[in-house]
Design a protein around this ligand. Structure first.
Ligand code: BES
Ligand code: MN
Ligand code: ZN
Length: 467
């Protein structure tokens, strides 16, 4: 990522960026006061100063000055800069640590570019000029970890599926973990997946066989830390399988591993931030392909916990691979908490539109805490119910349940998963809709949004070490 630093003074050689309402001395102060400055976050006014230094000043609206407003302002600022421009942003006295974190997140998140894009990455440097350095340094470090995670999640999701098969994805996790002390990673393949009947079934039609990745962060010096298990759907491409998708519904399905990308990225960030909680990310990785060896509608699948599902639509593959991962977590990891993230149903967007994930949890406290973390992080979610009277739709004549029951799509998928969480406190986020942006929008760039990484990092950062 391009550097953002802290410095003491505005430098005349650089582009200056000042928040609307900032008071600067001398000529520039008067010039700025004379402008009709924007006040909405995301609006900017550019003041060119030919033959003078600084040669331009950008005045940015920061609205009510809270973290979210500064995040939007940061996004607009970075888009106004040339790729190689060195800029200094004047931080007014009394600006909060949260606001600085929002600003830095906005700059980095909107300044993202896909790592294999033809356009090279931004090379300019941005310095923040202001007092209160210890608090601002902390804010910058948090924003850096969050943006690093989001960039990684976006890179993984934007990568074409011709490159991104399950083995490739697992290799990326291994390489990232290797750079961070305190992390371990295991990758299961082939015969090691014997008990993962759902993952094997979904991956059976592809020439690129499935993988199961377990990445964990263990803090040092914390006795019996709380253990959070994050599970993410990792379908590297979803054709729908034999229940094939129509062409419009298939064209973006390289993004069907966005949940896995977010949980991996957040776990790496837990290490970067040295959070005092134990975090394990589980990513069941498979390509849902079409072929002679693909699993069929009507097949009965035996999951990790020995229970069975009748596959009634091979396009409902996400819940089938997640079932194995959740059962594995319950059986092997003794989690205090399990959070599941998945691009699970098209119905998420039908209910909540393009930017809002569906949140499910039987636990009011956890649901409220996650929604609050999402709100603070800039990712929206809305809680939907788990109605007991719809459970009957899951009934199968030949297995413990069907995979694609009648009823409301996103809700039924959550009810399907509920069987596999064991006794842990849990929540599930259906993030199909907000995982992708059709056009740039504030801190989002076009393409993968990296949805979920920011919320998870915020949430994990609120947890105390001891369980
Ligand atoms: N990966 C899709 C869900 C999806 C759709 C994600 C659109 C992002 C954008 C998932 O595997 C799927 O196909 N779900 C089916 C479930 C149905 C067959 C019960 C769906 O939503 O139609
Ligand atoms: Mn599908
Ligand atoms: Zn899918």
């Amino acid at each position: 990522m391009f550097p953002i630093g802290l410095t003491e003074a505005l430098d005349e050689q650089r582009t200056w960026i000042v928040p609307a309402g900032a008071v600067l001395p001398g000529d520039i102060g008067a010039e700025i006061t004379a402008l009709s400055a924007p006040d909405k976050p995301g609006e900017i006014t550019v003041l060119p100063r030919p033959l003078r230094r600084p040669s331009r000043v950008i005045v940015a609206g920061t609205g009510d000055g809270d973290e979210a407003a500064w995040r939007v302002a940061g996004a607009a600022i970075v888009r106004a800069l040339d790729d190689d421009e060195h800029a200094r942003i004047a931080i007014p006295d009394g600006t909060s640590e949260d606001a600085v974190r929002g600003l830095a997140e906005g700059l980095w998140l909107a300044g993202y570019r896909y790592r294999d894009a033809p356009e090279p990455p931004r090379s300019g440097r941005i310095d923040l000029v202001g007092a209160d350095h210890p608090a601002y340094a902390r804010a910058l470090a948090q924003a850096h970890a969050t943006a690093t995670a989001t960039w990684l999640a976006r890179d993984l999701t934007n990568t074409p599926s011709s490159v991104k098969n399950p083995a490739w994805f697992a290799d990326q996790v291994v390489a990232e973990a290797a750079t961070r002390p305190g992390m371990t990673v295991t990758v299961l393949a082939g015969d090691q997946l014997e008990r993962f009947g759902g993952l094997r079934a979904v991956g059976a039609g592809s020439v690129s066989p499935p993988r199961f990745v377990e990445l964990s962060w263990t803090p040092s010096g914390v006795t019996s830390p709380r253990h959070v298990v994050l599970v993410g759907k990792g379908i590297t491409f979803d054709t729908g399988g034999i229940s094939i998708k129509p062409r419009d519904g298939m064209k973006l399905m390289k993004k069907d591993m966005g949940g896995a990308a977010a949980v991996i990225a957040a776990t790496l960030a837990a290490a970067d931030l040295q959070l005092p909680v134990r975090v394990t990310a589980l990513a069941p990785l498979a390509e849902n392909a079409i072929g002679g060896s693909a699993f069929r509608p009507g097949d009965v699948i035996t999951h990790y916990d020995g229970s069975t599902s009748e596959n009634t639509n091979s396009d409902a593959e996400g819940r089938i691979v997640l079932a194995d991962a959740l059962a594995y977590a319950a059986d092997r990891l003794q989690p205090d908490l399990v959070l599941n993230l998945a691009t699970l149903t098209g119905a998420n967007a039908v209910a909540l539109g393009k930017r809002t994930a569906a949140l499910y949890s039987p636990d009011d406290e956890l649901a409220a805490a996650l929604a609050a973390a999402g709100d603070a992080a800039g990712e929206k979610m809305w809680r939907l119910p788990l109605p007991g009277d719809y459970v009957e739709y899951l009934r199968s004549d030949i297995a413990d349940r069907v995979s694609a029951p009648q009823g409301p799509g996103s809700v039924m998928a959550a009810l399907f998963l509920r069987d596999f969480f064991g006794d842990a406190t849990w929540a599930h986020l259906d993030m199909s809709a907000p995982s992708w942006a059709e056009a740039p929008d504030a801190e989002l760039t076009k393409g993968a949004t990296g949805w979920g990484a920011r919320t998870l990092i915020r949430y994990l950062s609120t947890l105390p070490g001891q369980s």
